[in-house]
Structure formats: C-alpha cells, structure tokens
Design a protein around this ligand. Structure first.
Ligand SMILES: NCc1[nH]cc(CCC(=O)O)c1CC(=O)O
Length: 303
C-alpha cells in the first residue's frame, strides 16, 4: 500500500503545523499510512522574507521529483501565481489572521507605548502601518523564528514586537500574546493564518486526501486577499494588507497599500459573492491602483 509522504520545512513552526495537518489526515483516512519528511531549505537559515520564495521553491521541487506527495506551506509565503503542474488541493480552516503585540515590562497593550518606543519587526507591511498609526515610534529590524524574536525583545531592550497570532497559537504560546491588534491599525498579510496543502496535478489520491482538509470559507477568504495582491502585481515584499470576512454568505474584503514611511495609505473595501472571491480581489486592486496605489507601489519598489 502507498505511504503518503508529507513534506515540510524544518522550522519548529513548520513542523508543528505539518504534524497538525497529518493528525487531521489520519483521522479522515485511518487506513492510510503517512510519513513526515523535512526538507531542510536554504531559506530556513535567516528567515529573510526574500528567501521565502527559495524555500517554497525547494519544497515544490521535492514534490515534483516525487520525494514528497503533499507539501504543507504557510499560505502567506506562497507566490500568487501557481506553478505549472502543482495544485493547492486543500486550505484548512484558518486560525486567527490578526497580528499580535507582545510588550515588555509594564507595556501590555499598544496604547500603553511611551513616546519614541522601539518596536521590533522586519515586515515592511507592519512597519508602514505602525508608522501610519504613530509616527513617533522607532521600528527596529527583527528577523528569525518566533523564539529568537521573543528573546530579542529583552536582549535588544525593545518595548514590543509584532508577530502573526497564527505562529504563537500553533506553537501553543497563546499566553505570550499581549494584544490582538485591531485590523483597523494592522491589516494582516494576505493569507495570514492559513495553510496550503499542495500536490502534484493528476495525483488523485493525494489530491483527495488534501482536499478532505479543505475549508471552503477559508479558501474563499484567502482567494480574495491573494487576488488583491495578485492584481497589484506587488509580490510579498510590498507594504500590502488584506483581510476578507464572510458573513451571511457575503464576502467583504478590506485591503490596502502603504508607502514605506506609512504617510500614504490607499485602502478600500469591496463585497460580493464568495464564489467570485478572486475576481473581487482583482477588482479592488484595480480601484486601489487607480486611486494612487500605483505611485505608492512604484515608490516602494524603487527603495
Ligand atoms: N513571514 C514569516 C511567516 N510566515 C508564516 C508565519 C506564521 C503565521 C502564518 O502562518 O500566517 C510567519 C511568521 C510571522 O509573520 O510572524
């Protein structure tokens, strides 16, 4: 009988979310044998966002070569153009998509931050939105995995750091979260908090297994968010935020782009049929580009 090999990056977070996915797969398919295979990618060294593409690509190469049958990714790390011959077969129910604030000493919430406070994040999206919210803040570059970022909160004498809630929740570190940041202040990255299970096109068995974990509302939400990103033609390095919600069968997408300094923000909202999620994202991107987003993105890309 065929053993299904599930591939993941080697970081603790990647392994934890892959173990979670494999547990769910085993529940759905008790007769099937699963194995987890770690692909140690070059991208795992520095966690530089520029390297996200490298480790996604290395997992996809392993998938093409047949070394693994299902690749588990953090959806927000995936490019919006799907590579030939591979398909996203399952998008499981997303966890909380928001960013979280973790403060130090007496600072529990962002509103408590003193003037000129030092906040650690390397994300241009988080940086620009924090500066848009309060231009007195000092944003300090902060890379690495969740553990090393939490350590540097203390060792680099920061007043706070911003992380995706999803990472901490999956690592069972909910108790470290100071505050879930209101998306009005920090619009999350497109796809944040969701996973993607990718398989080879034509591998019907792997496709069926991965699809059994699919959560249709989550898939529609992330399609809208990523449609917006795709429509901007911006890629993962631009200051772009997007969050879709579904209520009473109506999808509402709130999304925007910022200048790197946070001084210009072009943000819009669109609603419609969840079945047309991707198109709604593309349409909002066109509107935002026309409302000044094109100039904002060109400036951000030039830096
Ligand atoms: N940019 C790196 C990255 N990619 C996925 C996550 C975990 C959260 C998720 O799955 O959305 C993180 C960490 C972070 O942004 O704090």
């Amino acid at each position: 009988m065929r053993v299904i090999v599930v591939g993941t990056r080697g970081s603790l977070l990647a392994l934890t979310q892959t173990r979670w996915a494999v547990e769910r797969l085993k529940e759905n398919w008790p007769e099937t044998e699963f194995k987890i295979k770690t692909i140690q990618t070059k991208g795992d060294r520095g966690a530089d966002p520029r390297e996200q593409n490298i480790f996604v690509g290395e997992l996809e190469e392993a998938l093409r070569r047949g070394e693994i049958d299902i690749a588990v990714h953090s959806l927000k790390d995936l490019p919006t153009t799907q590579p030939e011959g591979l398909v996203i077969a399952g998008v499981p129910r997303r966890v909380d998509p928001r960013d979280v604030f973790i403060g130090r000493n007496s600072v529990a919430r962002m509103a408590d931050l003193p003037k000129g406070a030092r906040i650690g994040t390397s994300s241009v999206r988080r940086r620009a939105q924090l500066l848009a919210w309060r231009d007195d803040l000092e944003i300090v570059p902060l890379r690495g995995n969740v553990d090393s970022r939490l350590k540097r909160l203390v060792s680099e004498d920061l007043d706070g750091i911003i992380l995706a809630a999803a990472g901490l929740l999956r690592l069972e570190m909910r108790n470290r979260i100071g505050e879930f940041v209101d998306p009005e202040i920090l619009l999350p990255a497109p796809g944040q908090g969701a996973l993607a299970l990718e398989v080879r096109e034509g591998d019907d068995m792997a496709d069926e297994l991965a699809y059994s974990l699919n959560h249709a509302p989550t898939r529609a939400r992330v399609l809208a968010e990523r449609g917006f990103l795709h429509g901007l033609g911006a890629g993962c390095l631009a200051p772009v935020g997007a969050l879709a919600q579904i209520e009473d069968d109506v999808l509402v997408l709130d999304a925007g782009v910022l200048s790197l300094d946070g001084k210009t923000l072009i943000r819009g909202e669109i609603e419609g049929d969840p079945e047309e999620a991707w198109e709604l994202g593309l349409e909002l991107a066109r509107d935002v580009l026309e409302a000044g987003g094109r100039e904002v993105l060109a400036e951000a890309a030039g830096n």
